[in-house]
Design a protein around this ligand. Structure first.
Ligand SMILES: NC(=O)c1ccc[n+]([C@@H]2O[C@H](COP(=O)([O-])OP(=O)(O)OC[C@H]3O[C@@H](n4cnc5c(N)ncnc54)[C@H](O)[C@@H]3O)[C@@H](O)[C@H]2O)c1
Length: 177
């Protein structure tokens, strides 16, 4: 759920681990949908155009995906994820939330589903990513939309990432410039 820098990185990691199966991505932005396909998504769904739950079911033997990774950080998205995963499936929350989020637990209870969370901040996480970049297992060039100088970080970095999601994905800062 969500193909921002985090969701796209999740797709890359699934591909790097040679995960066997479909990767279904749910996203709104046209550019991010396109990059999700380039990163390896097998299907990209726009929740404004299609019913995510029924499309996911039809793509996965009528049952829905085994795992959903929530990377959008909006209540509608995590609730859709809770409904879309199959019975006994797993919802992994990767998103961070500014405030408590209302989640309908009934699909979790009746589907005997599980919820988990993942945060990636340790030195060994960074080492593993650096190694995967070095070996070429992670190919992230397609995610890099801008290269900016240090004094452009606020306007062309943070503000662009918040306001221009359709064109801004990964912004590299050249600290020497
Ligand atoms: N767990 C961690 O270690 C970790 C680390 C960094 C960031 N995060 C969090 O991960 C989340 C994603 O980060 P990001 O930088 O990719 O954010 P982002 O805002 O750039 O990307 C979120 C994407 O979700 C899409 N989206 C919005 N509503 C949607 C919906 N209803 N269905 C599907 N997609 C929808 C948006 O179009 C956007 O592309 C944020 O909450 C961020 O704080 C977590």
């Amino acid at each position: 759920m969500g193909a921002g820098p985090i969701g796209l990185a999740v797709i890359q990691c699934l591909k790097a681990r040679q995960m066997d199966g479909q990767i279904i991505v749910v996203e709104l932005s046209a550019k991010r949908k396109e990059i999700a396909r380039q990163c390896g998504a097998s299907t990209v769904i726009d929740p404004r155009e299609e019913d995510v739950v029924s499309r996911c079911r039809s793509l996965c033997d009528g049952q829905g995906p085994a795992v959903a990774l929530e990377c959008a950080g909006v209540p509608a998205s995590i609730n859709t994820a809770c409904r879309a995963v199959r019975t006994k499936g797993l919802i992994v929350n990767v998103a961070l939330w500014d405030e408590p989020v209302p989640i309908d637990l009934m699909p979790i209870v009746f589907g005997e589903k599980r919820m988990a969370a993942a945060v990636s901040l340790t030195a060994s996480d960074f080492r593993a990513v650096i190694d995967a970049l070095e070996s070429g297992k992670l190919k992230v060039e397609g995610m890099i939309t801008h290269r900016i100088k240090m004094d452009e970080v606020v306007a062309k970095g943070f503000e662009a990432l918040m306001k221009e999601k359709d064109t801004t994905i990964k912004v590299l800062v050249d600290v020497r410039a």
